[in-house]
Design a protein around this ligand. Structure first.
Ligand SMILES: Nc1ncnc2c1ncn2[C@@H]1O[C@H](COP(=O)(O)OP(=O)(O)OP(=O)(O)O)[C@@H](O)[C@H]1O
Length: 354
């Protein structure tokens, strides 16, 4: 049985249809992410699960119980907001104990649970500090400890890392993941950052315009997106005009090839071919055994230290395709304007209906 079970959930804000028929099951112990562009409804969905928003149609069950009319404080969920949601005038320990204010535990038991929660998030010994004496990442951990101290079955996290700088964010991503494995609580994370969703989650739901486009593991989302929008939103993908004829695919700028049925995302006929930047290679930098060859011109490049991205013009292709190359010690960096020999693998092609 799923811990969280949504079926046909609809939500309207006046005239605006914010959730358009959500069916979703989340298992106990999962690290699950809701991913999508701004305004797609992920926060609304999270707040619906928490009970801060009612639903207009459909059912929401948690742990087998219908949540209709159940207030947030009576649900087995707890929500973590951004770091500024902690009280500046209380100490770290008082902030965490705030989560316990309605429990019947005695003073000693409360102190023990606060200490335990602070240990969990790596803040043992910080109980007496005030929020202004903490870093952004530490403040975020206080907010986490305050939610964990109640031992909810489900922890709901609404963009909890968005206020942190890049380095701190990366640290907290791996810490959150470690913490989730350790405590075994179901985590549901809202994020618009696709990298964050891929790194942290067991499964991800990709949302557009109030509906779920795909639910899958990070690997499955990336390698077999359900449609063009998912492919485009998750990582980079080159789209090339393509035509299917007599079981063969003619890809503009690259050439003809055969594809296996599992490489076809939609129905046949007029189509677009999708290729990830890392599925193509610059043959003048790195020879590719057994790859097909195509010729183009380097229109631009972006050097990232560990990677170089080449924007290559191909004949008959509007715009350019992006090819990413891992830089190895001594490997060449090609010049803008130079001719480019591209290597591509027909097995890395995905076909979409146009
Ligand atoms: N209380 C409200 N009243 C009216 N419209 C709302 C309300 N809350 C959200 N909306 C609208 O519903 C849509 C979904 O909002 P939601 O906050 O769920 O999006 P989101 O995917 O979390 O976006 P973001 O990443 O920008 O937070 C948006 O178009 C938003 O303007």
């Amino acid at each position: 049985m799923s811990l969280i079970d949504l079926s046909g959930v609809q939500k309207w804000y006046g005239e605006y249809h914010a959730l358009r028929g959500i069916d979703l099951q989340i298992a106990a112990g999962e690290f699950f992410s809701l991913l999508g562009p701004s305004g797609c409804g992920k926060t609304t969905l999270l707040r619906t699960i928490a009970g801060f928003e009612g639903i207009d149609a459909g059912t929401l069950r948690i742990d087998g119980l219908d949540m209709r009319g159940v207030t947030p404080d009576r649900r087995p969920t707890n929500m973590v907001f951004q770091s500024y949601a902690i009280f500046p005038h209380l100490t770290v320990a008082q902030n965490v104990a705030y989560g316990l204010r309605r429990t019947a535990d005695g003073r000693e038991e409360k102190a023990r649970r606060v200490g335990e929660a602070l240990e969990m998030v790596g803040l043992g010994g910080y109980g007496g500090r005030r929020p202004h004496e903490l870093s952004g990442g530490q403040r975020q951990r206080v907010a986490l400890a305050r939610a964990l101290v109640l031992r909810p079955k489900v922890l709901l996290l609404d963009e909890p890392l968005s206020a942190l700088d890049r380095k701190m964010r990366e640290t907290m991503q791996s810490e959150l993941r470690r913490l989730q494995r350790q405590v075994g609580i179901t985590f549901i994370l809202v994020t618009h950052d696709q990298e964050e969703a891929l790194i942290m989650s067991d499964r991800v739901a990709v949302m557009f315009e109030g509906a779920i486009a795909q639910v899958a593991s990070p690997q499955a989302l990336y390698s077999r997106p359900a449609d063009r929008r998912v492919a485009d939103f998750l990582g980079a993908m080159n789209f090339l005009p393509a035509e299917v004829r007599d079981g063969r695919v003619e890809i503009a700028g690259l050439g003809a090839c055969e594809v296996e049925p599992e490489q076809v995302i939609g129905a046949g006929g007029m189509a677009e071919a999708g290729m990830r930047p890392e599925a193509m290679t610059m043959l003048d930098v790195q020879p590719g055994e057994g790859l097909r060859e195509a010729a183009g011109t380097i229109a631009d490049r972006a050097y990232y230290g560990d990677m170089t991205y080449y924007m290559v013009e191909l004949p008959g292709v509007p715009g350019h395709v992006t090819v990413s190359m891992k830089n190895r010690p001594g490997s060449a960096v090609l010049d803008v304007g130079a001719p480019a020999r591209i290597g591509w693998d027909p097995r890395a092609v995905l076909l979409f209906p146009a």
